[in-house]
Design a protein around this ligand. Structure first.
Ligand code: GDP
Ligand code: FO1
Length: 294
């Protein structure tokens, strides 16, 4: 099974899916358009959340970083008057160093992630959407900035005038993603932010075209017509679609099976389920229903 993922909603679903799908049959393709270099190392928030989820070490309160991590280096950097944009846990930072050292030696991002997954004891396949650099850039009335400057630096407060995926036209899907797109005839789009987590993957050159030949199952990230967390509604309005399941369906290219919340006001063809995952049992229950649909 191929799953397209961001860093919160889909990882929640993966906690259930990983219990039900043989690890060799689960490949997760992850958004990297929110990645950034901090203090010399590549931080890849969505990839790391997926890795930590599959390794069962993710912080399930924040849905980023490692459970019970310490923040000594981040704290001391702050004391030195050199704060970083993101608060990086010490073990999380070790993961960034591991990956970045490989990249500095010329290893591709997908191979570096593969090595990291192996070191973390993960049996499933985790792939970045591309080995190239693509960045989500947000334009506010004060100008253009990186996604993380908007979301963490400014708390997601400013008005969003527009957004774009910088350098996406020059990027290619990573080789193994392309191989999977030729092989599998079904694909699951997890409940992730359609604008900033899923569109960067779908908008890579050639991906939407290849998906036309597949059966696409997608789970909405909207519960009761609203995002559970994060800036999805603001971004959907900024890209000119309604902030509801009609908007989600259009951004995802009208999936063959669209799973929406039982209380969604969506009137198109869909499957209605309880898609809110408050705990692991909910994740497993939803994962089981999706597997039956697929
Ligand atoms: P990000 O990379 O951290 O922005 O994470 P994602 O894009 O993977 O996930 C963010 C989206 O997940 C938000 O739009 C939420 O509404 C959605 N989400 C979070 N929890 C749940 C849940 O329990 N069920 C569903 N269906 N969506 C969820
Ligand atoms: N989000 C925050 O709001 N504040 C943080 O300090 C922060 C640190 C952080 C560290 C590592 C990591 O992988 C993610 C982190 N996030 C933090 C989450 C991240 O900025 C975004 O929520 C994701 O990029 C959205 O997918």
């Amino acid at each position: 099974m191929i799953v397209l993922s961001g860093g919160t909603g889909t990882p929640k679903l993966l906690t259930g899916l990983k219990e039900l799908v043989d690890p060799e049959n689960l490949s997760v393709v992850v958004n990297t358009a929110e990645d950034l270099w901090i203090s010399g190392n590549l931080v890849s928030p969505d990839v790391d959340t997926v890795l930590y989820t599959l390794a069962d070490i993710v912080d399930e309160v924040r849905w980023w970083g490692i459970r019970r991590d310490s923040f000594h280096t981040t704290g001391f950097l702050r004391t030195l008057g050199n704060p970083e944009l993101l608060s990086l846990g010490d073990n999380d930072r070790a993961v960034h160093i591991f990956r970045s050292e490989l990249i500095r030696r010329g290893v591709s991002l997908s191979c570096a992630i593969q090595a990291l997954a192996k070191a973390l004891g993960i049996e499933q396949e985790v792939l970045p959407m591309t080995d190239d650099h693509v960045s989500t850039m947000i334009t506010t009335p004060d100008g253009e900035m990186h996604f993380q400057d908007f979301w963490v630096g400014l708390g997601g407060v400013p008005e969003v005038v527009s957004l774009r995926f910088r350098d996406i036209d020059k990027a290619t899907p990573c080789p193994r993603f392309l191989e999977l797109l030729e092989k599998d005839d079904q694909l699951l789009i997890g409940p992730s932010n359609p604008v900033t987590s899923i569109c960067p993957i779908l908008d890579l050159p050639g991906v939407r075209e290849r998906l036309k030949r597949k059966k696409i199952v997608a789970v909405s990230p909207l519960v009761g017509n609203k995002p559970v967390s994060g800036p999805a509604a603001k971004f959907m309005k900024a890209v000119g679609v309604p902030a509801d399941d009609d908007g989600v369906a259009s951004l995802l290219g009208y999936p063959d099976i669209f799973v929406v919340d039982k209380d969604s006001s969506y009137r198109g063809d869909c499957v209605r389920l309880d898609i809110f995952m408050k705990d692991r049992e909910d994740s497993k229950r939803l994962a089981r229903s999706i597997m039956e649909l697929m």
